[in-house]
Design a binder for this molecule. Sequence first.
Ligand code: AMP
Length: 402
Amino acid sequence: MSFEHLRLAEPITRALKLKGYEQPTDVQKICIPEIFAGKDINAHAQTGTGKTAAFALPLIQKFNKYPPIAPKKVHALILVPTRELAVQVEQNIKFYSQFLSIKSAVIFGGQRVNAQSKQIAKGVHILVATIGRLLDMQKKGLIELDQVDHVVLDESDRMLEMGFQHDLEKLLKLIPAKRQTMMFSATNNPKVKELSYKWLKSAINVNSKEQNKVATNVEQYLHPVDADRKQDLLVKLIKDNDWSQLLIFVKSRAYADELSDYLYDREHGLGLRAASIHSDKTQSKRNDLLKKFKAGTIRILVATDVAARGLDIAELPAVINFDLPHIKEDYIHRIGRTGRADNKGVAISLVCSGEIDTLHRIEAMLELPIRRVPVPEFRPKVILGLSSIRNRKQLDFDKPLR
Ligand code: AMP
């Protein structure tokens, strides 16, 4: 099936060709016709499936036929959990709509309200926003929501995990009831289900069987290792594999800085182009780092979970979980940074004995044991043990790395 079969207009398919998309992904094939038909959508689509284009393309096409917009008014609201994702989604929208006169803007906390309100002063078709900043600007009278007729809750599971349910309820009350609402989430949990009944009207369920699962083109395994030897093992992996780029997840901001300093340091460390990204850095610094990472100027990015979601880095070959995430769903979001679309990726976790419970929770969620690959000179003093889940056939304890 081609994008033309989905009845997308020529200026949009032209932009998609420029972006290198040859055919729609599964979630796009299902969602695009339903969104054109005006249906509410409840989609469980894992990261990397092309869900952004699945909602953005039909919206762009619809709005192309809209009359001119009035000052401060908005037609579609796309709510996202993080600033990084907001910027990225809006960049995609700008790219897809480059041959049309669609107006889009992005607002998020951490930057001056004034500059952001200027973008909306004349009105926009599509506004990508984080919820706090949106409510703030609405309260100040800088945005008017009475013409909103489309709402997308992107990564709604993540927004709920972050405690935004109350704010989302508040926002939905400010928007006309006659609207099309679309919820996208990577994981399917009971809260998402409950709120989808409340917020959506006879919604189409786009239920990927792969929910709560990682993309199949990501090869996952773990190296059992003692906590105090993780850094040495990481250095070995970096030296042995020579990945063109690498994203490393750690649990604390302080360690993100310490590790990236070590990787960067020419004298005492590895002398690599490394940097850290976490919530202690200012928004403009974070944007700048992401830009450099995407451009390849930064080779290794050490991140806390703030960066886990929504980073759209093409062809990232590897992700390393230096520490396992506290929230099990973050495992999926983290490793969704690699193996996106048709690219192969590898996700390696360094797991110490203190993380066994977390590991078991992650494996239970995945319904799959993660392959243990011992590295001979790093065998831990404390043995990690078997996976708690039943399907043990797939375990591969005896196959050393080399
Ligand atoms: P998303 O799930 O929206 O974060 O998209 C994941 C990645 O897939 C992004 O890098 C998109 O640019 C890319 N992508 C989206 N749709 C397609 C498509 N139809 N063909 C190839 N790549 C795509």
